[in-house]
Design a protein. Structure first.
Length: 462
């Protein structure tokens, strides 16, 4: 539950610092001094990725455990919602009651001018006072906020409370719905919207992630997800979801980090459950969520289990606390029709295209799908076009039915496709290969530019 959090927006990187440091420099050491210290956000300019520049330090109340990004509609301003908790009378800049978040404004054109612009109180009547169901049940700030700027909404998991916010005024987010579950939910840890922002999945990290709740001792509502519908701006409880397997008393197991799988017409999510493993579940019917895939190493193999599991362009990437990094492939029946994404930030959700919207990236190739001439698919970060009817023929074969659409490459002041072996070129078409611009003199496929007897004529260097 501790450690640095980085988020990137264009050429700006924002880093959370949730520990008292001797000063705001990158080389500062931790300090126990409760009066003379610094914690909050560090802002970096990475317009030159090889030489990132530390441009601003913004001190925030109680530091920054996590943060979320909310860019303005015109793209000129970036707002950062800072979540933090655990106030104390003994700490200078972390006084109770800490029922607020910090809103930091970062000018996109001048990130060095970042500053706190508001500290809205989210619980003016006081949050949940807490109980004896393990650690962190009282509301003394928020653990995590997920923004969905296309819908001007944010969902906050705030320890003892779950909230829905209107963020149409980025500097002044407003709580429009507040829910509390004192019988089942202990530590509201994170939140995930479905794609059309009609539902929110909240996670309960009961006991801070160290408890073995996937046993016969605990009901299926403890350490679980709670699924809420959004009805007329209000959060309405629909159901709980917890992995259906029984684990041993030695395996810590509660709901933790995950993300949506972008399949049109379905609400699918992949999620980590510490030593409970990785679970994929369908909550299209919000009252009847159902597990559709899972992976579990078993007892005694991992010391802590999987911390986070995220779907990205055909694979699930999972970080295990003691073993390392896992990559999973799902059955095509689950994500064969998934849209490919240009980027992923689970705390700053963006919609994936549905219906008549033009997809940013075509669906992933699936062996069982029938494709006709002109169909587009994605595979391993490349886009392919079917040259003729095909099924179960994987893109990439230079003599096969798929023509790769080369990456756009700038040469001079124009943009041309990069040459690829499987791509079909007609006479008169231009490509870039090894920083040289070529033009095809006749039909060509799988003939690399540079051969003086081949179909390509060198035009110029790039």
């Amino acid at each position: 539950m501790t450690g640095p959090r980085y988020l990137i927006h264009g050429d700006i990187v924002v880093l959370s610092v949730d520990a008292r440091m001797a000063d705001d420099s990158c080389g500062a050491e931790r300090t126990s001094d409760s009066e003379d210290y610094w914690e909050g956000l560090r802002i970096f300019d990475v317009s030159d990725p090889a030489n990132p520049e530390y441009v601003s330090a913004v001190e925030t109340k109680c530091g920054s455990h996590t943060h979320s990004l909310a860019p303005s509609a015109d793209g000129e301003d970036l707002y950062v919602y800072v979540s933090s908790y655990f106030p104390s009378d003994d700490i200078r800049n972390c006084q109770p009651p800490h029922d607020l978040i910090s809103v930091v404004h970062v000018p996109v054109d001048d990130p060095s001018g970042a500053e706190v612009v508001s500290t809205p109180v989210l619980f003016p009547d006081g949050g949940y006072e807490g109980d004896d169901r393990g650690s962190y049940t009282e509301t003394s700030g928020c653990h995590d906020i997920t923004t969905y700027v296309e819908h001007d909404l944010a969902a906050g998991a705030c320890m003892g409370d779950g909230i829905l916010m209107d963020i149409s005024d980025r500097e002044n987010p407003e709580v429009i719905s507040n829910v509390r579950d004192v019988e089942n939910f202990a530590f509201w840890h994170s939140a995930t919207f479905n794609n059309d922002a009609t539902k929110v999945v909240f996670t309960d990290e009961l006991g801070g992630g160290g408890m073995a709740t996937c046993t016969n001792e605990f009901p299926d509502t403890f350490g679980a997800n709670a699924i809420y519908d959004i009805v007329d701006g209000e959060l309405v409880h629909a159901s709980y979801y917890k992995i259906p397997r029984i684990n041993s008393e030695e395996e810590n197991c509660v709901a933790h980090n995950g993300s949506l799988i972008p399949v049109e017409g379905r609400d699918l999510m992949v999620q980590s459950w510490y030593q409970g493993g990785t679970s994929v579940f369908d909550f299209t019917d919000s009252e009847n969520p159902e597990e559709i895939a899972w992976f579990d190493r078993g007892e005694g193999i991992s010391g802590g289990g999987t911390w986070s599991s995220y779907w990205y362009n055909g694979y699930v990437y999972s970080s295990d606390l003691s073993i390392g990094f896992d990559t999973f492939k799902l059955d095509d029946s689950i994500d064969g029709d998934a849209m490919m994404l240009e980027d992923l930030n689970p705390q700053g959700q963006t919609p994936f295209p549905v219906g008549d919207e033009e997809p940013r990236v075509p669906p992933r190739w699936a062996a069982s799908t029938v494709y006709d001439t002109g169909d587009l698919v994605a595979l391993e970060d490349a886009i392919f076009e079917a040259l003729w009817w095909t099924r179960n023929q994987e893109p990439g074969d230079p003599n096969g039915p798929w023509s790769e659409i080369g990456e756009p490459t700038v040469c001079g002041e124009e943009e041309y496709p990069a040459w690829a072996a499987s791509t079909r070129f007609d006479g008169g078409e231009s490509v870039v290969h090894e920083d040289v611009l070529y033009e095809a003199q006749w039909y060509s496929r799988n003939q690399e530019p540079g051969d003086p007897n081949g179909p390509w004529t060198e035009v110029s260097s790039c």
